[in-house]
Design a protein around this ligand. Structure first.
Ligand code: CTP
Ligand code: MG
Length: 418
């Protein structure tokens, strides 16, 4: 029988170890570069030719957040996604609901994956599919433990032989029938304490194969995990097509300036230059309100005399609600590329009383340099207060000014009025 393989993405958790604030989004809906964590996870399966179907399990009340993530995913991912199933009180219950939703679908195999692991590699999925194809009933993704692990017994420390220790990850894959049977059996026997699915296969002594995972396939669980994920996502930002021209050949040197302001509202972090900086407020805006990337985008558009950010990405368009602002900047860079030019230098001044920018200066420079594909020496970030004067002085918001140098090839056909 031909295999038909589904990815079952569990996304019904609350992410309480990341944040317990009622207004904070669950981690699977937090922003990561060009989309939500979930949209990245969905795309990892959507783009894999061996995955036929995708079903998400989401918490009751999260439908709008799910729809927004799906809208951010690629068209090929959207085409594979079924109606989402509703989550349960535990991960195990959520998986069971997802499996039940798949039971009449014609799917033969299922890869169960945490939404909070957006960096699952294509080769891991391929490796799992190979094992299922050659008859495995259960496959665990895992990596060998690299740290030296100690245990305490009777008050004494003991080193454990780490060559036998694996750190479990997801996807955990099964023949659908096997997964359903295991979960039904666990339900009927009141075993509701499994924190992963392979645990059920161990319990029933089913043979388990191991596919090698990767360190990048970590589960976003705490705040440092989210920061690590943000920097990984920034490194993967859509590549800007390199200009065919070396800088020296681009004699038409242009200067553009951009300026933007966003007001504060209640929150716990501001996003500046693509970097999330913990703060007692957040910036209010239709997109992610990254005032720095907006100012740079406008400066670039200014240098090529191509309107402004609002003209290309109208705030009235719901598509840009909560959008990560690097995509606005990438679009401006694409416009420069289409003219055969390159951005040569970016300078930014951030005006606010708080948060302090100095400690984050190099993180901002490196994030902006990554997005613009520039050496870090061509990106400058400065900050100033306004001496407690005006709206920035009253801590009502953050302003940012940017000056950008763009180099274009000379256009000999240009006409100047006489
Ligand atoms: N999950 C789920 N249903 C639940 C609990 C968890 O679908 N009732 C999902 C989460 O959304 C996540 C995955 O299972 O993608 C792994 O769980 P975990 O990392 O524990 O996520 P949370 O439960 O959301 O986080 P926390 O335990 O910190 O609250
Ligand atoms: Mg949990």
């Amino acid at each position: 029988m031909k295999q038909r393989v589904a990815a079952l993405i569990v996304a019904a958790g609350k992410g309480s170890r990341l944040s317990n604030l009622p207004d904070d989004l669950p981690k699977q809906y937090r922003r990561l570069g060009s989309g939500s964590v979930l949209s990245h996870t969905l795309n990892a399966f959507g783009r894999h030719a061996g995955i036929d179907d995708i079903v998400c399990v989401i918490a009751e009340g999260d439908r709008l957040l799910y729809d927004r993530s799906l809208a951010e995913a690629s068209a090929e991912t959207q085409a594979k996604c079924h109606e989402p199933a509703t989550g349960g009180a535990t991960r195990q219950a959520s998986v069971f609901n997802g499996l039940s939703a798949l039971s009449e679908s014609g799917v033969t195999h299922v890869l169960i994956h945490d939404a909070a692991r957006p960096f699952i590699a294509e080769r891991t999925i391929s490796d799992i599919l190979d094992r299922l194809r050659s008859g495995s009933a259960a496959v665990l993704t895992a990596i060998l433990v690299v740290d030296t692990i100690k245990s305490i017994a009777d008050g004494r420390l003991k080193t454990i032989d780490r060559s036998k220790l694996w750190a479990a990850q997801t996807p955990q894959a099964f023949a659908l029938e096997t997964a359903l049977k295991l979960h039904q059996q666990a339900q009927s026997e009141g075993r509701l304490d499994f924190t992963d699915d392979i645990g059920l296969a161990e319990w029933q002594e089913i043979d388990i194969d191991i596919a090698e995972g990767s360190a990048d396939n970590f589960k976003i669980t705490t705040q440092p995990d989210l920061l690590k994920a943000e920097s990984l996502a920034a490194r993967m930002t859509h590549p800007v097509s390199p200009s065919p021209h070396p800088l020296a050949a681009l004699g038409d040197v242009r200067t553009g300036q951009g300026y933007d302001v966003h007001a504060f509202e209640d929150g716990d972090a501001v996003i500046l230059g693509g970097v999330s900086i913990p703060h007692s407020r957040k910036l209010k805006g239709h997109s992610d309100a990254d005032v720095v990337l907006h100012a740079i985008t406008d400066a670039i558009l200014g240098a090529i005399a191509d309107g402004d950010i609002g003209a290309h990405f109208p705030p009235s368009d719901p598509k840009w609600k909560g959008a990560a602002s690097d995509q606005f900047l990438v679009d401006a860079l694409r416009r420069v590329g289409e003219l055969g030019g390159r951005v040569a230098h970016v300078d930014v001044t951030i005006i606010c009383e708080a948060p302090k920018i100095g400690p984050h200066r190099d993180a901002l420079r490196s994030s902006i340099a990554q997005i613009c594909k520039l050496p870090i020496g061509r990106v400058s970030v400065k900050a100033t207060t306004s001496e407690k004067l005006g709206f920035t002085g009253r801590k009502e918001g953050i302003a940012c000014a940017s000056v950008v140098t763009v180099r274009l090839p000379f256009d000999d056909t240009e006409e100047y009025p006489q």
